[in-house]
Each structure stands twice: as C-alpha cells, then as structure tokens.
Design a protein around this ligand. Structure first.
Ligand SMILES: NC(=O)c1ccc[n+]([C@@H]2O[C@H](COP(=O)([O-])OP(=O)(O)OC[C@H]3O[C@@H](n4cnc5c(N)ncnc54)[C@H](O)[C@@H]3O)[C@@H](O)[C@H]2O)c1
Length: 254
C-alpha cells in the first residue's frame, strides 16, 4: 500500500497546484491542509467524485499545536505512513523591525509551525519519503520592509539542510524550492500597496516585472508544482539538502 501525501497551504496558489498535480499522479491518498475553509471548499467543489475519494480536507491553523497534533493523529491512523510532505503555507506580511506582533506571527506561521508539524510527522514518514518546503529567493536575499518573511525563508533553508542529514539514514530526501514572483493570490496581495503607491494597477505592475525577467514571464504555480513533482519522484532519489531556484533567470545577473 502506498503512503499518503500531505500538502499544507493547499487552499490557494502553489499548494492548490500541487494538489492538482498530485491527483494526476500515482493514486496516493492526499491530505490537504489549510486555515482557509472557503478555499478548501472551493477546491472540493472542483473535484470529480473519484478525486473526492482520494482527498481528506483538514481545516486548521497550523500554529494551533493541539489542532495540528490531533489532525496528524487522525490522518496517520490510516497506518500506511507518509510518502510525501509538501509545506506551502505561509504569510508574507511586511513589517518594520519594531512591529513585534507581525514578526511573531510570520515566524510562527512560516517557520515554527513547520518545525512542529514535521516533528509530529517524523515517526510516520516512510523509508524513501520525500519532503519539499517552499522557501523563496528571499531565503537568500533581503527585501525592504519584509525582514520577518526573509528571516523565516532563510530559516527554512537551514531546516532543510539539517533535516536532510538527520533523515538521510532512512533515505528520506528533504529539499526546498525557491521561487521568485509566482502569480498567486499572495503575490497580488503583496503588489497591491506598491501598485497603489505608484498609481498603477497590479496587472500593469506585473507587466513591468515580466520585462525584468530574462524569460519574460512570471513563474506559474504549475511550474513550481512540476518541480516539486520531480523532487518527490523516484528520479530525484539522490537530490537532498538543496534549494532549487525557480526564477526565469532573474537572479543570474545583468
Ligand atoms: N507567490 C510568490 O510569488 C512566492 C514566491 C516565493 C515563495 N513563495 C512561497 O510559496 C508558498 C505558497 O505561496 P502562495 O503564493 O501559493 O501563497 P497563497 O497565499 O496563495 O497560499 C498560502 C496558503 O497558506 C495558508 N495559510 C496561511 N497561514 C496558515 C496557517 N496558519 N495554517 C494553515 N494554513 C495557512 C493560506 O490560507 C493560503 O491558502 C509560500 O510558502 C510562499 O512564501 C511564493
């Protein structure tokens, strides 16, 4: 029997694209986790009856330790173990260094809840399991007014490298993907205030961004999902502790 696939941030953007890709692959049971009940419902409505049989929807705030542990006990009691974990939930709120509540919430959601969730899942991960965590190009760079998010994404890269070593004896691979400007609700929320300040629409801002990318298009959520599909496949058995940049060549220089 195949183990399950656990996907966080599954109600939107990249997480939702991973759910879609996973449904087209080998018939593993999927656990789709998100805090956004309406978003999860929306995905449920779009599925066929067969697909609905293959997914358990789990609406929790991953920073709620009791809810998270209860959810893990619930979906792991199937007894087949966990084959793949994709961590895509996050907040990208801007902050100044003295905005303690924003700092605490972003770190708690992006970094600390990921550590606690993986700790709860560890005993259930099968040999040859796969873990992919969404970091960002901001896992290696800074951004104005975004220190909490940048720190969380740097921290996740450290977690990936260390866990890859800790779990290597069980042939579990742990990798990060590091996208830049993926056209998702998160990106559009982030760009809205900047576009406002410039007196232009978000769509116009996106057209300007595309001109700065060598491949002249934004990364699609499906581009990221395809990379994750590769990293979680048997073809990527020897790739671990890596951060794969997906940026259309943006970071390659002038
Ligand atoms: N969109 C981009 O340009 C971009 C670029 C680089 C990295 N990323 C990373 O990719 C991942 C996915 O981003 P996206 O663009 O799909 O974002 P998104 O906002 O579309 O999706 C994130 C999901 O996480 C969920 N979530 C947030 N807090 C949660 C919590 N406490 N518990 C459970 N679920 C929670 C949200 O409800 C949402 O559905 C994130 O880690 C993000 O940092 C995105």
């Amino acid at each position: 029997m195949k183990g399950i696939v656990v996907i966080t941030g599954a109600a939107s953007g990249i997480g939702a694209a991973v759910v879609k890709t996973e449904l087209t692959q080998a018939k593993r049971h999927i656990v789709a986790i998100d805090i956004d009940e309406a978003g999860l419902d929306c995905i449920k409505q779009s599925l066929t009856a067969d697909e609905k049989e293959r997914i358990t929807f789990c609406c929790i705030d991953l920073t709620d330790i009791n809810a998270m542990q209860a959810a893990v006990s619930g979906f792991c009691c199937r007894g087949d173990g966990v084959d793949k974990i994709i961590i895509s939930h996050a907040l990208s709120n801007e902050n100044q260094i003295d905005q303690q509540s924003v700092w605490d919430r972003v770190l708690d959601v992006n970094l600390h809840s990921t550590q606690r969730f993986l700790a709860a899942l560890e005993p259930h991960i099968n040999i040859h399991g796969r873990v992919v965590i969404l970091s960002s190009v901001l896992g290696k760079a800074g951004k104005v007014s975004n220190s909490a998010y940048c720190v969380s994404k740097h921290g996740l890269l450290g977690l990936v490298k260390s866990l890859a070593l800790d779990w290597a004896p069980r042939k579990i691979t742990v990798n990060a993907v590091m996208p830049c400007w993926v056209d998702t609700p998160m990106l559009r929320r982030e760009l809205a205030p900047q576009a406002d300040a410039l007196g232009i629409t978000v769509d116009r801002m996106i057209r300007q961004i595309k001109k700065r990318i060598p491949l002249k298009q934004l990364v699609k959520d499906s581009d990221v999902a395809d990379t994750i599909a590769f990293l979680t496949s048997s073809s990527a058995a020897m790739i671990t502790a890596q951060g794969i940049v997906i940026d259309g060549g943006f970071g390659c220089g002038v």
